[in-house]
Ligand binder design. Structure first.
Ligand SMILES: Nc1nc2c(c(=O)[nH]1)N[C@H]1C(S)=C(S)[C@@H](COP(=O)(O)O)O[C@H]1N2
Ligand SMILES: [Mo]
Length: 336
């Protein structure tokens, strides 16, 4: 998502094929009902091993291990859309704190210390504080959520996240009646984040993001602490990151150190860098082109010379049934 360079990942017209049969969009059945039913996962060990495909996952931290045992698992497919191999999801990343290239996060992020980690919750909230991660998470049961992830650069993946709804955390800290937005902030650690040290970085660190309170409270909005049945790799935003599946990937901020309840709309990193290209809402929308490329299609990873894997982009990334009502009466071409 370098703002002055057309990303290499943007679809070339030669890659575009017509997708004749798109499978059911209603993969997220009956809201969260299916997830909460929490069917036991038949063989987590074998399943996880095959997902990792020879890549050694990081060890599971002490605070996560007991939670994994109680995780509510669901099936391994999203309506016939294959889960992206762990290899791709953990080695083709955007995390500018570690550098601008897709391989940079996987190369450098392992240096980042993620234990201990604490999260500041402040602003318009009855119970502000600095919370140790393990204390903060102790009440929550992890769920597996298999979501499409659509980058604004027009590539996408399908990732099985492990986490819990952000709403559960927000309810516990009790937003006041003046809280209308939620702001998020990533760790700013130049010592361990070479992208921050770089003289070429255009970003005003720390990376910041935001949601309207109703978006933050939506049951699809997840705080993820793991993926593919294990701990989050650092390059994917350990120890905790946001996942907002109906919005472009840049909203899903990684390695969060602060969550602020706010009365007014916060500044966000990409919007402040290039407001004509990246909006606050950033809802996935095939009908609103990026000024430099179309958003009508996307390249589903992994792809290759013989399988371009180009597919049509779905409005709200396929989650319209769940989230379209949040934007009733809004002009999504104006509030992009
Ligand atoms: N702190 C931080 N969060 C970030 C980014 C970033 O550069 N820094 N990149 C975003 C972008 S553009 C995308 S597409 C997703 C990528 O998430 P993934 O690497 O886990 O697939 O992370 C988002 N979160
Ligand atoms: Mo992105």
């Amino acid at each position: 998502m370098l703002i002055h360079i057309t990303p290499r990942s943007a679809c070339r017209s030669s890659e575009i094929t017509t997708e004749t049969a798109y499978l059911s969009r209603r993969h997220f059945m009956a809201g969260t009902g299916l997830l909460l039913a929490g069917a036991a996962f038949p063989s987590l060990a074998t399943e996880t091993a095959s997902r990792y495909e020879g890549v050694t996952p990081a060890p599971v931290p002490a605070w996560l291990a007991p939670k994994l045992a109680k995780t509510q698992w669901r099936t391994t497919e999203v309506s016939g859309e294959a889960i992206t191999p762990f290899r791709d999801a953990s080695q083709y990343n955007n995390f500018y704190e570690f550098g601008p290239e897709k391989r940079d996060p996987a190369t450098h992020a392992h240096q980042l210390p993620t234990e201990p980690w604490s999260l500041i919750i402040d602003g318009e909230v009855a119970k502000p504080g600095r919370y140790a991660l393990e204390d903060l998470f102790s009440p929550f049961t992890l769920q597996e959520r298999i979501y499409r992830m659509r980058c604004v650069e027009a590539w996408s993946m399908v990732i099985p996240w492990l986490g819990f709804p952000l709403a559960e955390l927000l309810k516990r800290v009790e937003p006041t009646s003046s809280a209308h937005y939620v702001g998020f902030e990533t760790l700013n650690d130049p010592e361990h984040m070479p992208g921050i040290r770089s003289r070429f970085a255009l970003i005003n660190w720390p990376y910041v993001e935001g949601l309207r309170l109703d978006e933050a409270m939506h049951p699809l909005t997840l705080l993820a602490v793991g993926m593919y049945g294990r701990v989050l790799p650092n390059q994917n935003g350990a120890p905790l990151r946001l996942v907002v599946p109906w919005k472009y990937g840049f909203k899903s901020i990684k390695s969060i150190v602060r969550i602020s309840l706010l009365s007014t709309q916060p500044r966000t990193t990409w919007q402040s860098m290039a407001p004509q290209e990246y909006g606050f809402y950033a809802n996935v929308n095939p009908d609103v082109s990026h000024p430099r490329w179309s958003q009508a299609q996307e390249r589903r990873l992994p792809n290759g010379v013989f399988s371009s894997n180009v597919r049509p982009t779905l409005v709200f990334n396929g989650y319209a049934d769940e989230v379209a009502s949040l934007y009733k009466g809004m002009d999504l071409k104006k509030d992009y």
